[in-house]
Design a protein around this ligand. Structure first.
Ligand code: 4AD
Ligand code: MG
Length: 483
């Protein structure tokens, strides 16, 4: 057989009148004559015309939905509707049969819930193939964005002994006997006998190690898996998710916001330029879904319009204190429609508040800054007191996106040793164990800033999918680690 060509390439540059060789999985076989073949390089199938009169009937029976085949034949202009070219098959080889009676994927529309239960097969659907090609393009674009700016990609550890966020949502990593672990004299589990000679866990963030890199390499980023044992069964939370964390020396909160906004716009633009067909497919898919919703819940814009809109407008930048004022005076607050009413300064914002600001009030992405110190992590830089601001704040920023809520969380870091250690004492974070982090503040400290982008939340936004379980191949959520 001649060399295989992928269907995307064939449709772009295949020459009619030449012999071609394609391989893929059968989507449908109709009239004993027309195979719709897909190989995952594009959602467009290539039509293969079978010479059924000269084919063994036993072979014809093997051309079923899901079967893997190789085809050699002539590429010709198509007579039929729906395609410009097709292949007149000369030879078909079946690599793997697929019993249509038991194959879970029928050539019809399946619900996303059902497909989640067969996540090992859902790559074979148009929706998931499109989602994962877009996910790939976004990952590539992120690397390209930072590479072009001279950032160094560093690989931070997956197993750590520290809790970067100080939120205690960690998965323990241990080889100790789960039923009868060794105990110390105080009656506690003796982790000195554990694999690492101490208690260890899966990382919740690579930030602290990224800071070490930034204070030597100037501009670094991480892109890796992170783990949170938070019992949040929502459409926005995973127990295992991928996070991008840039960290920049000699940068402040403004620089940090500029970098994040530039990055988001760059990668969205990249996907729009490079995944046109898939985004159109996903946009149509979303439009179909919208039809089943009540009128007042439908979005005003299509997916591609929403992405264009996001590129065309500056993100709104306001402080937490300003946001509280807006929320306090908002209609849903006055009419007691919020589940959590805003009455004073200092409360953490719930997703209903974030959604109000982004979707109703500003109608565009919003960057909220200078949050109360109380509700943020220990490493954020303490702001100088400001008139009109009731309590101490930190140089934090969260980026809120329509339909998503928080997509980025970051801050300028506290670079002053005395301030940082005082804060750690206040929050009962053991200084001795964090000596390595504090060393950066002891030896040549400098202003620096960084943020974390939740990769799946970005993929959600760009694909228009609504459940985070549908933008990562094998989601890990409370009660589920299948596949
Ligand atoms: O706001 P977070 O917790 O910030 C950090 O971890 C910082 N160390 C980042 C930094 O400054 N380097 O998480 C950052 C982002 C969130 O904005 C959200 O997009 C995503 O990570 N995220 C999650 N995504 C999916 N499932 C979860 N359980 C997530 N928790 C956070
Ligand atoms: Mg956050």
């Amino acid at each position: 057989m001649s060399k295989r060509i992928k269907i995307a390439e064939l449709l772009q540059s295949g020459k009619t009148g030449t012999t071609v060789n394609v391989k893929g999985w059968i989507r449908t076989f109709r009239n004993n004559q027309f195979i719709a073949l897909n190989d995952g390089s594009t959602n467009t199938n290539i039509q293969v015309v079978v010479d059924f009169e000269n084919t063994d009937p036993a072979e014809l029976k093997r051309y079923t939905t899901g079967a893997a085949i190789g085809v050699e034949g002539e590429l010709v202009s198509s007579q039929g509707k729906g395609q410009t070219v097709e292949i007149i098959a000369r030879r078909i080889e079946v690599y793997g049969d697929c019993d249509a009676e038991v194959y879970p994927l029928q050539p019809k529309k399946h619900s996303l819930e059902f497909l989640r239960e067969i996540a090992h097969l859902r790559f074979r659907t148009n929706t998931f193939a499109a989602v994962f090609r877009v996910r790939h393009a976004l990952a590539f674009a992120i690397h390209k964005f930072f590479n072009d700016k001279g950032f160094v990609y560093i690989h931070t550890p997956i197993i750590t002994a520290s809790d970067a966020e100080g939120a205690g949502e960690m998965f323990r990593v241990t080889t100790l006997d789960a039923v009868k672990p060794p105990m110390n004299e105080a009656g506690e589990v003796d982790f000195s006998k554990d694999f690492f000679g101490r208690a260890a866990n899966l990382t919740v963030s690579g930030q602290l190690e990224a800071e070490l890199g930034a204070l030597a390499l100037s501009e670094v980023y991480t892109f890796g898996p992170t783990f949170r044992a938070e019992n949040s069964n929502t459409t926005r939370h995973l127990a295992e998710f991928w996070m991008i964390e840039p960290e920049v020396a000699f940068a402040d909160l403004q620089d940090n916001m500029d970098l994040a906004e530039d990055m988001l716009k760059y990668v969205i633009r990249y996907a729009m330029d490079n995944c046109r067909e898939d985004l159109e497919f996903l946009s149509n898919r979303q439009a179909e879904e919208e039809k089943s919703k009540p009128q007042n819940e439908r979005s005003e814009m299509s997916l591609t319009q929403k992405l264009e809109f996001c590129l065309a407008n500056d993100f709104e930048r306001i402080t937490y204190t300003e946001a509280i004022d807006i929320l306090r005076n908002s209609n849903p607050n006055k009419r007691k429609q919020f589940k959590y009413l805003i009455d004073g300064w200092g409360a953490d914002l719930q997703s209903e508040h974030e959604r109000f600001l982004v979707e109703k009030h500003f109608k565009k992405p919003v960057i909220l800054t200078n949050y109360p110190a109380e509700i943020k992590a220990f490493y954020m830089r303490q702001d100088d007191p400001k008139e009109g601001v009731p309590g101490p704040t930190v140089a934090a920023m969260d980026i809120l996106f329509p339909g998503i809520g928080e997509i980025v969380g970051g801050s300028q870091r506290e670079e002053r040793l005395d301030r940082l250690t005082a804060k750690m004492r206040e929050m009962h974070i053991p200084e001795e164990e964090m000596y390595w982090y504090l060393d950066t503040r002891r030896f040549g400290t400098c202003p620096h800033a960084g943020y974390g982008l939740g990769f799946e939340r970005l993929v959600l936004f760009v694909t228009g999918m609504t459940n985070i379980r549908d933008v990562i191949a094998f989601p890990r959520t409370p009660g589920n680690a299948e596949f």
